[in-house]
Design a protein around this ligand. Sequence first.
Ligand SMILES: [Zn+2]
Length: 582
Amino acid sequence: MFGQLRVGEVLRSSQNRDPSIEVMDGHPNIHHRTASKVLAPIQLSKGINPIAEVKVARAVRRPAVLIRSSPWKAGSVETPWHDEFDLENGRITYFGDHRVDHTVPVGKTQGNKVLQRVWINHRATTEQERALAAPLLVFATVTRNKTPKGYVKFCGLAVIKDVEEIEQSDKGRTFPNFRYELALLDLGAENDLLNWSWIEARGNRTLSAAETLEHAPRSWRRWVEGGHAALPEVRQRPLQVAEPEVDQRTANRPAGHDTLFPAPPQSQNGPVPGVERQARQPKLTAAVLMEKLRSLRVHRQGGLPSRHKPLALMWAIARNARGESRFSPWPEFREEVGKLLLEFGRPQSTPTPEYPFWHLRTSGLWEIDGFPAEREGKVSVSALDESKPKAGFTHEADRLLRDPFVRSQAIAVLRETYFAESAQHRLMEQVGLAGYENASGVEETTEEQEQSGPAERRATNTSRIVRDAGLANRVKEMHADHCQVCGEQLAKRFGTYSEAAHVRGLGQPHNGPDELANLLVLCPNHHVQFDTLAIYIDPDGVVRATADGRRQGTLRRLPQHVISEAHLRYHRALCGRDTPNR
Ligand SMILES: [Zn+2]
């Protein structure tokens, strides 16, 4: 546990900062856990405790700010107000360090000044600015051994979501202060552990922002990429409770489904006394979206799931990918999804587009607009033809799917859950998602080549995709033609051979960059497997088989060839291996 903080753990934080003492008074010594050769010993005596900034290229970087609160001690002289900790939902309301007897303007006290600086990067609109943002590490004071001071619980990693200037009162006098709304990020991918090596890397002036990100938790990297728009996806979340199902056809569910999503105690329509409905209905996150896609209620024939709903969803995702509106009119849906059902449905099933059009509502991801409520009891093709309603993803689902990572992941989940036993190439083409079938993508001009078969397509890909041959040669030279997956150096009659593979393909819809950080050196076998999504690189750099997660080895890296974690993650999403709970 040296060098790590675990969410929820109570640590001893005393005046004795000797890092060699592991345990003090029965609790891990925080100075042991945060011991560093680079950074000075941490401070936790105040509410807002910054770690000293370091100068990096054209900017300064603060390794972290440690926040300490006493949320359960409100009302004391020291803490006259209430910081609110809603750890279940990953929300903290934190009050700044202005006090009633301060004469400086609000924002000029030491702590507020630090957090105001932090806020500039946390609210930033570009990835470059967010890469400089200081992580907040939140601790809460807890009483142990009958001592109210000297023990803290690590609550997690947070970003400032919002700041408000407010008026507070103390001893009958009012004064201004700042109220910070913090969002806790999910450390589930790291088993709720925060590695101090990340904070250390941030304090190392010789490392670039990109290099420090290699050490960051997955949720932080995602937040740096997407900003606050990514918060629904990366926020620390409570145990998810699904919407109640209208009709429990448990026999048709995969085993274990019901324990994953226990039905809430009351029906959807009956409000729970004292609990707002909002609180029981979890916000749709990417992880919940994937779970809903995996557990569609579908008819089964001979043990195989019907493809009506999955095909309709694939078609709707393709619309989303083209930037079209989420609702499609019934006549268009009937025509296009009907065609898909005819070609790709199960042999014995009838192509009934009205079935998914209507019944996808139970997925919680789909809604229908413009169908008269009084006719809902008798839905038929003629009723649909007559009133021409529209249907499509809910606003929330549509918004999430506009994120290319989420969309790639969703497509992969549908493919492996409902179409695993088929080759899928023609399906992906017909549905309009051909580019998601492989890591390199497709170019719009290659329709003819697409028709001429896999061997030739592969050959044309190689010459087309490596746009900068010099760059490809350079990276192959760096690795001396050794495959980064298996280490093999393929011998030719004279010399050796390897291939440069783009992690995020240059073709549509991936549009990856032709740069060193987006290239891997692979042997031909592993190049094909990587391109066809048969293998992926997990967040720890382990190469895994997509089908069963089996470890194939560790990605072989060179210090002079840093590979972008964002691009690796993009590839994982294409493989359907980017959900925190997988
Ligand atoms: Zn290899």
